[in-house]
Design a protein around this ligand. Structure first.
Ligand code: VNL
Ligand code: MN
Length: 347
């Protein structure tokens, strides 16, 4: 631990875990026929041949582990808190009943470990978008009874996005509960998938960002945030580059509105992005991109994350320890913004 670690409370906000029951159900998905782009990664992690020591297969025990290697890794690197979320694709490849059941089970386990280590863990609850009404009920239970800190969803569900009114009970619940939804990536939906099937583009290299940025833009230009003005959405990987596009989005969305291709909106996409979104630095350790993000969105809208166990902790800490920001700004990035957005108790 560096001397510095005593002065920063580091809260990492996109930290993945799984439970054996979800891992087993994903192994069944891997073995069933299907053409979803997510199967490339799901087969590698959840149906690896016995004894496979390849990088992907080695991830599974590190996802399931909560209290051993994970806590040691946090201690060694001066990380105070993991804000945990059930890893992608979560429950979103299962049938509605299985997904609803496994989301509740994962939330129970998550709440138990947070209760056991209240200063080390916080948690984002899962829900099954396949069944929006039951999802809204589970969301209420997760916040009011389990005292979790917000929600995670892994982008599209059966190729549909949150601009689809069938999902509005979910957005209504999140807004009413004052709980942020973290839209974590999964592989691009069927209609986008073809050019992502080779060169390893299906997942974190490129596909994930295209999938989530498209989801965020669909929500903004469809008018979701006129209907749910207080809804808070978090996206990782330095905002999936959405804010790099805001000027052109504003300009071309106005054109699309004027020719009747897009609904009339109360605000511009850039106004929604600054009002309704926060971003994290998960897995995107570029000071240039961080500087741009702070200038584009404001220091209060950027949160630190590691993306454990998919990326290593030490470089993520070194990246933020050495970021060219003031001491007060670094505290906001490391913990102040996370405490505010995810209702994590201050110490
Ligand atoms: C990867 C990175 C996968 C981050 C993830 O979830 C993630 C990857 C499945 O490198 O494949 O959250
Ligand atoms: Mn991640």
């Amino acid at each position: 631990m560096t001397a510095d670690s005593k002065t920063h409370r580091r809260i990492a906000t996109e930290e993945a875990f799984s439970i054996p029951e979800v891992a087993a159900a994903l192994r069944d998905v891997a073995r069933a026929p299907g053409n979803s782009l997510d199967l490339i990664l799901v087969k590698r992690i959840y149906d690896a041949p016995k004894g496979d020591t390849a990088q992907m297969a080695a991830l599974l025990p590190r996802l399931i582990d909560l209290e051993d290697e994970r806590l040691r890794d946090m201690d060694k690197n001066g990380v105070a808190v993991h804000l945990l979320s059930l890893t992608a694709p979560g429950v979103q490849m299962f049938d509605a009943d299985t997904a609803t059941e496994l989301a509740a089970l994962a939330n129970d386990r998550l709440a138990a470990v947070v209760k056991k280590h209240p200063t080390r863990f916080a948690g984002l609850a899962s829900f099954a978008p396949q069944s929006p009404k039951r999802a809204a009920k589970e969301m209420e239970r997760a916040i009011k009874t389990l005292k979790l800190n917000g929600f995670v969803v892994n982008s599209h569900t059966n190729n549909d996005y949150f601009d689809d009114p069938k999902f509005f009970p979910i957005l209504e619940a999140a807004e009413a509960l004052d709980a942020c939804i973290y839209i974590h990536p999964r592989a691009p939906s069927d209609g986008l998938a073809a050019p992502f099937r080779d060169y390893g583009l299906d997942s974190a290299q490129w596909g994930y960002g295209i999938e989530v940025s498209t989801h965020a833009v669909r929500m903004m230009v469809s008018g979701v945030f006129d209907r749910f003005p207080k809804l808070k959405i978090c996206i990782g990987h330095m905002g999936e580059a959405v804010h790099f596009w805001l000027w052109r989005l504003d300009y071309m969305n106005k054109n699309a509105q004027n020719r009747g291709s897009a609904p009339k909106l109360k605000l511009t996409p850039s106004e929604y992005f600054k009002r309704n979104f926060v971003i994290t630095t998960s897995g995107q350790e570029s000071h240039l991109a961080l500087d741009f993000s702070i200038k584009a969105l404001g220091i209060d809208n950027v949160l630190w994350a590691i993306d454990y166990p998919y990326q290593p902790t030490a470089p993520a800490v070194a990246f933020m320890d050495s970021a060219p920001v003031s001491p007060a700004e670094r505290e906001k990035l490391y913990h102040g913004n996370a405490e505010r957005v995810f209702h994590i108790p201050t110490v």
